[in-house]
Write a protein that binds this ligand. Structure first.
Ligand code: ZN
Length: 587
């Protein structure tokens, strides 16, 4: 007999499943067009995932703790404990064998410049070790040629490279247009010098820039010339380079949106599940808001709107602070208070040895704004409950910052978590002030390697050896983080850890032996420290039930490695809220 009731129920089931398919339609953006397209996605229920058989370092607490197993469910950590209990509780879980590798909470970038990653994706890394692999000019040319092949750069197109350092090349000289013209007679080539204060251009690029034998060298600039001639040789520095840099072709918004993925991959391939955009122009913030609204973020991106454009974003409902919207959060206002110690532009309390960058006598560097201006901005931000991340390198700038926080009547009890970015040349007496006032340093221990030798020359051994004093700070209970300031140095987290543990300079000098820390303390600078600094210690930075399932799987356990081996570790996989966002192995 024909059963009407059954037919109706059957049709209802059919309709329900059809409506499910409807609901499973997803809008995606077509690369290169910025256009929306609806695609159908098959909805499958995601099973819990159980990770086991590895060194699972939880970063929960002041001493190392290992977990036997971790279960991820719906993007969060559902269980931490023994494998048997995990299997009992989550019998249907997909099992992931970590095969003796090490799992940690996803690394959290405490300070870098995400927009640099966007801009660098389409440029060639021609730096020497450890930033890149080029050791001589022919190798640089090979890298540029490979880029042309890979990206199908048109005949009249641009080839941009970055990071060459003549002192680290076998030839020990600058690259010239002659080196470049042979391989690139038609394309425009420009290679940015490691200092970022200049570049080498080939003949086509010089022609585009309007530089020829009649071009006068501007004050404060350098135009290298061919021997016995006024013909430009290719190298343009300082004021001669600035107008060229400003004129360089910029990617379109559509191109930049498409670069969101490879830019984030630069972070995830280094184990990071959080990236900071460390000095955001309002145009950058607008771009990031647009990218996030199109679901392009697969890691957390935290932007720091710049103090120089406060009039545009302050009290503007378009720019709410402290809330996530599709993995984008405006975290804090970024203030740049002084320059860099290697450039002798950081504000210090005692004159630099050998004078200022232009030979000035009794030179102590400068602050970008006055104490009164700083006091005014600080009060405005504190009143509006907007946190501050403030670039302060020299001890003179740190003095200014301490003064301003005292004047505002803020102490640790107010829990403002004011991040002193770099905080490099603290004096020992600054540390108890940080404790009382609730200031938290984001150190830059990689300086010990890259510029440790220069600092000894510029400011003397005593101050240089106390750079980024992680040991002294943690002994006083100060929460700290440790950053790369990418693209100032590479994102590699293992070099960050190694530099905090070894503090060894390029010339092999141990820059402050008593400030070296153990692996666990070094790891805190990339996990629990940065999480706390952005008010997210209950969300990420450690492996605990209820936290986001953000993990990094690495080859070797840093807690068991020799210090000299730390920097050679490898990221195998990065997982953001349960989703694999980078993998090197089949995980
Ligand atoms: Zn920076």
């Amino acid at each position: 007999m024909f059963n009407t009731k059954k037919l109706i129920v059957g049709l209802m089931v059919l309709f329900t499943s059809l409506s499910n398919i409807q609901a499973a339609q997803k809008e995606i953006y077509i690369p290169g067009s910025g256009e929306l397209k609806k695609v159908e996605v098959t909805k499958t229920e995601k099973l819990p995932v159980l990770y086991y058989n590895g060194y699972i370092i939880t970063m929960d607490g002041d001493t190392p703790q290992y977990a036997d197993a971790v279960v991820e469910k719906d993007g969060k950590i559902a269980f931490v404990g023994s494998k048997a209990n995990a299997q009992n509780k989550y019998a249907n879980a997909r099992m992931i064998d970590l095969k003796g590798n090490t799992m940690l909470p996803g690394f959290l970038d405490p300070h870098s410049h995400f927009m640099s990653a966007i801009r660098m994706v389409n440029q060639v890394n021609v730096a020497a070790h450890p930033v890149g692999t080029a050791t001589n000019i022919p190798q640089i040319i090979e890298k540029l040629k490979a880029f042309v092949e890979e990206k199908h750069v048109p005949e009249d197109g641009w080839v941009l490279g970055w990071g060459y350092d003549q002192d680290l090349l076998d030839e020990k000289r600058h690259i010239t247009k002659v080196d470049l013209d042979k391989a690139f007679p038609k394309r425009k080539v420009l290679i940015i010098h490691v200092s970022m204060h200049g570049a080498v251009l080939n003949s086509q690029a010089l022609k585009w820039a309007g530089i020829d034998a009649n071009t006068k060298t501007p004050d404060g600039g350098v135009i290298a010339r061919m021997p016995n001639s006024t013909e430009p040789a290719g190298l343009m520095m300082e004021t001669a380079y600035i107008p060229i840099f400003a004129k360089l072709p910029q990617p379109s918004e559509t191109e930049m949106l498409d670069l969101m993925k490879p830019a984030q991959m630069m972070y995830t391939s280094n184990g990071y599940t959080q990236a900071i955009e460390g000095f955001s122009h309002t145009s950058d913030v607008d771009f990031l808001i647009k990218a996030a609204s199109q679901d392009r973020n697969f890691i957390d991106i935290l932007a720091l709107p710049a103090f120089t454009e406060m009039d545009k974003w302050f009290n503007n409902p378009k720019y709410p602070f402290g809330v996530y919207n599709k993995k984008l959060k405006l975290q804090a206002c970024k203030i740049t208070l002084d320059g860099s110690p290697q450039g002798k532009t950081a504000l210090v309390s005692h004159p630099y040895h050998g004078g200022g960058p232009s030979g000035q006598k009794d030179w102590k560097g400068e602050s970008s704004i006055t104490q009164e201006q700083l006091d005014g901005i600080t009060k405005k931000l504190f009143d509006a409950k907007i946190p501050m991340h403030i670039h302060t390198n020299g001890d003179g700038a740190i003095d200014m910052m301490i003064k301003t926080v005292k004047k505002a009547g803020i102490t640790a009890k107010d829990d403002k978590r004011t991040v002193i970015v770099h905080s490099q040349f603290q004096r020992p007496e600054h540390l108890p002030e940080y404790v009382t006032l609730g200031l938290t340093p984001s150190y830059f221990s990689l300086h010990t390697y890259y510029w440790g030798d220069v600092h000894i020359k510029n400011i003397g051994k005593k101050a240089a050896f106390f750079i980024s004093p992680i040991k002294a700070a943690t002994e006083q209970g100060i929460v700290y983080s440790n950053h790369t300031d990418f693209n100032v140095t590479p994102l590699d987290p293992f070099w960050v850890l190694w530099s905090a543990m070894a503090r060894e300079s390029r010339e092999g000098v141990i820059i402050g032996p008593d400030q070296r820390v153990d692996a666990y303390t070094a790891l805190q600078g990339l996990t629990t420290g940065p999480a706390w600094q952005v008010f997210e210690e209950n969300r990420k930075g450690s492996i605990k039930e209820g936290m986001l399932a953000d993990f990094v799987v690495i080859k070797n356990n840093p807690l068991k490695q020799k210090v000299s081996d730390i920097k050679d570790n490898e990221v195998l996989a990065t997982i953001k809220e349960g989703r694999v966002v980078y993998k090197k192995i089949g995980i």
